[in-house]
Design a protein around this ligand. Structure first.
Ligand SMILES: [Fe+2]
Length: 263
């Protein structure tokens, strides 16, 4: 599953559809792909795998109703009033609609589709707490926050302090780890100079069934028991500013380039 996460724009793939047509220029039959709706990415775990921190009941509504609802709204717009954008990848669709009031509904649907896939992958059963000793992300927490405890305090403050709906996030900003909060559907994926590493959904639909108004307890539980440091570590390597700040990072990027070049 994690290998699918190296290209965020590929997370929400379109269903393939089309008809076979003969391509004279290449002398072979090819499938002409018609525009098809985006598909809902599967959860990276069973719907009860995060219990008791997040119940299967919450996952059922959050993933099955809210996440799917955003995706359905995006597909409906792309099949109707926003047909001119129907050929874009999810990431390009968010970039094309961000900051445009006349496209606000489509941006919200597309960004929330992306945000939720990122959130599901920011969590993993049996993890949380401090990142593995000696990992790249652990080293960066030490360098940029002065250690895990300061990161945890900052991340909790960002997530709990977000007024109304939104997201607490760990990002790379200008080459340095930072905790930020974003309201509503806003996402760092469309912001130049920001690379998302992890996120915590603090919309009420994420925690109210299990925690009611105790948002701080929900954030504590996620940080201590579900945060997926492996995911953050992989996202860290995607950030171009990582090259040059870490020999290990540079080595990994060179390895990835070698793999891509030979496949
Ligand atoms: Fe949500």
């Amino acid at each position: 599953m994690l290998s699918d996460l190296r290209k965020p724009e590929e997370w929400t793939k379109r269903r393939l559809s089309g008809v076979r047509r003969y391509c004279g220029c290449r002398g072979r039959w090819r499938v002409a792909r018609a525009q098809a709706p985006f598909a809902l990415p599967p959860l990276p775990y069973a719907d009860n795998a995060l219990a008791p921190v997040i119940s299967a009941n919450t996952i059922g509504f959050h993933y099955g109703k809210h996440h799917k609802g955003y995706l359905d709204a995006m597909n409906a717009a792309l099949a109707g009033p926003a047909k001119d954008l129907a050929g874009l990848s999810l990431l390009d669709l968010m970039k094309a609609t961000a900051g445009k009031p006349e496209r606000a509904a489509l941006f919200n649907a597309a960004a929330q589709t992306w945000n939720h896939t990122f959130y599901w992958n920011s969590l993993k059963p049996g993890t949380g707490g401090k990142p593995p000793a000696g990992s790249r992300i652990a080293a960066r927490l030490d360098t940029d926050f002065g250690g895990y405890d300061k990161f945890r305090e900052t991340m909790k403050a960002m997530a709990v302090g977000q007024f109304a709906s939104g997201w607490g996030r760990l990002v790379i900003e200008n080459g340095k780890l930072a905790c930020v909060r974003t309201p509503n559907a806003e996402t760092p994926a469309t912001v130049a100079g920001r690379t998302p590493l992890l996120t915590i959904d603090v919309w009420e639909h994420a925690y109210y069934l299990d925690y009611q108004n105790r948002r701080a307890d929900y954030v504590d539980a996620l940080l201590d028991k579900l945060i997926n440091w492996e995911f953050a570590d992989k996202n860290l390597v995607q950030d171009r500013t990582f090259i040059g700040r870490s020999r290990a990072g540079a080595r990994e990027v060179v390895t990835l380039l070698f793999v891509f070049a030979n496949n």
